[in-house]
Design a protein around this ligand. Structure first.
Ligand SMILES: *Cc1c(COP(=O)(O)O)cnc(C)c1O
Length: 391
């Protein structure tokens, strides 16, 4: 198992993504006919005889429920292989660990807060150089390259300001200098954006968010095409141990089946919310690439199917932002995103606390909302009452 690509699943590559969400990796169980992939809740597997295993030996190395999830996510991203991890952060850590001391990672200055802590604090402590630029500005990307740059770490759209970076152009820059491009595709999902087709080498997911989609699991994934990267990442994972449980893998497989219908509704609700906020006199600015005046609108139209379910906006003051976050009824005050329920949060005191007070801080007036799939009139009415009376 350890050095083979996950090729034991039926090939659905000639079908569209909606079909692959339901079928790819999710073959009925060959022994029992179970329509749903079983939860193989076992640590170890019986060998038929010494020297010959079934291909599964020990669940840290490989587990059939996890293998099904890996095949599913790889298929959705149009990738040769996929690996599932204990969390999105564990997936990111494995990618960062591909580098050696003395090498350099170039990342976005407005990356996810956890990415910042992982790379800027812990990865740097292990002798890997990390620097930040505005990845939406290609001159800054080129200017940020150093002789030892081995990895460009991209996230698009970004969290929470929803800036859009040009995946194809940055892939070209990375490859010209012999670096890899890794794209965190958590916000867009493969239904909206496929970074490998645009030239990325690795795609990272916090599958905790839209892929699983129901706020009931923490899990991550990395996919790619290069077999050497697969071997290195798989060995690293086996040796470092950050694997997801069979049950969490199963929950994610279940969530993925409805990804396209959920993303369609998230996107439709999000554009309606963005338009409502844009017209509201108490809101200073709205960050959503689906708005025609958004700086990333044209690029997002080019590289995304739709603009996704995340909408951020800025109130004139920190106090007003906190008032709104404390005043919604349907939008629940919580970190995380991508579930069917709408969430609201204040980045500077919650998700982005790690960069609060630094040059990378998020303005205290900014609110981030994960737009769920509830009735759109209910969502707008909720925001309307929370915004009433603040300036
Ligand atoms: C949540 C998130 C992560 C981290 O994933 P976990 O599953 O929470 O470990 C990474 N990137 C982005 C964009 C995220 O939103």
């Amino acid at each position: 198992m350890s050095d083979k690509l996950p090729n034991e699943f039926a090939d659905w590559s000639d079908t569209s993504i909606e079909t692959r969400c339901i079928r790819a990796g999710q073959d009925p169980d060959p022994r029992t006919g179970s329509m749903i992939v079983p939860i193989f809740q076992t640590s170890t597997f019986k060998w038929p005889e010494v020297g010959t295993s079934t291909g599964y030996e020990y669940s840290r190395t490989a587990n059939p429920t996890r293998a099904a999830l890996q095949a599913s996510i790889a298929s959705l991203e149009g990738a040769e292989w996929g690996l599932a991890f204990a969390s999105g952060t564990a997936a990111m850590r494995e990618v960062a660990m591909l580098l050696n001391p003395g090498e350099h990672i170039l990342m976005a200055r407005d990356a996810y807060g956890g990415t910042f802590r992982l790379l800027d604090v812990h990865t740097r402590r292990h002798g890997i150089d990390v620097s930040m630029v505005d990845l939406t500005d290609l001159e800054q990307v080129e200017g940020g390259i150093r002789p030892n740059t081995k990895l460009i770490w991209l996230e698009t759209p970004t969290n929470p300001i929803m800036a859009v970076a040009d995946i194809a152009a940055i892939a070209d820059i990375a490859h010209t200098v012999g670096a890899l491009l890794s794209v965190d595709n958590t916000f867009a999902t493969p239904y909206l954006q496929q970074p490998l087709a645009l030239g990325a080498d690795l795609v990272i997911h916090s599958a905790t968010k839209y892929l699983a989609g129901h706020s009931d699991v923490v899990i991550g994934a990395v996919v790619g095409n290069d077999p050497d990267l697969f071997t290195r990442l798989q060995e690293q994972q086996n040796d470092c141990g950050a694997v997801p449980s069979p049950f969490d893998s199963w929950l994610t497989l279940r969530g993925i089946k409805t990804l396209p219908v959920r993303m369609d509704r998230h996107g439709a609700n999000a554009i309606a919310v963005a338009n409502f906020l844009n017209d509201h006199p108490n809101v200073a600015e709205v960050y959503y690439p689906g708005l025609p005046e958004a700086p990333g609108h044209e690029l997002a139209q080019k590289q995304m199917r739709n603009f996704g379910g995340m909408v951020s906006f800025r109130m004139p003051t920190r106090e007003a932002a906190i008032h709104v976050c404390n005043s919604t009824r349907i939008f629940q005050l919580a970190e995380s995103l991508g579930g069917v329920e709408s969430l609201i949060e204040h980045p500077d005191s919650m998700t982005h606390l790690a960069v609060s007070g630094t040059e990378f801080a998020i303005d205290g007036g900014v609110i981030r909302a994960s737009i769920g799939i509830e009735n759109i009139d209910d969502l707008i009415a909720d925001l309307e009452q929370a915004l009433a009376g603040v300036r």
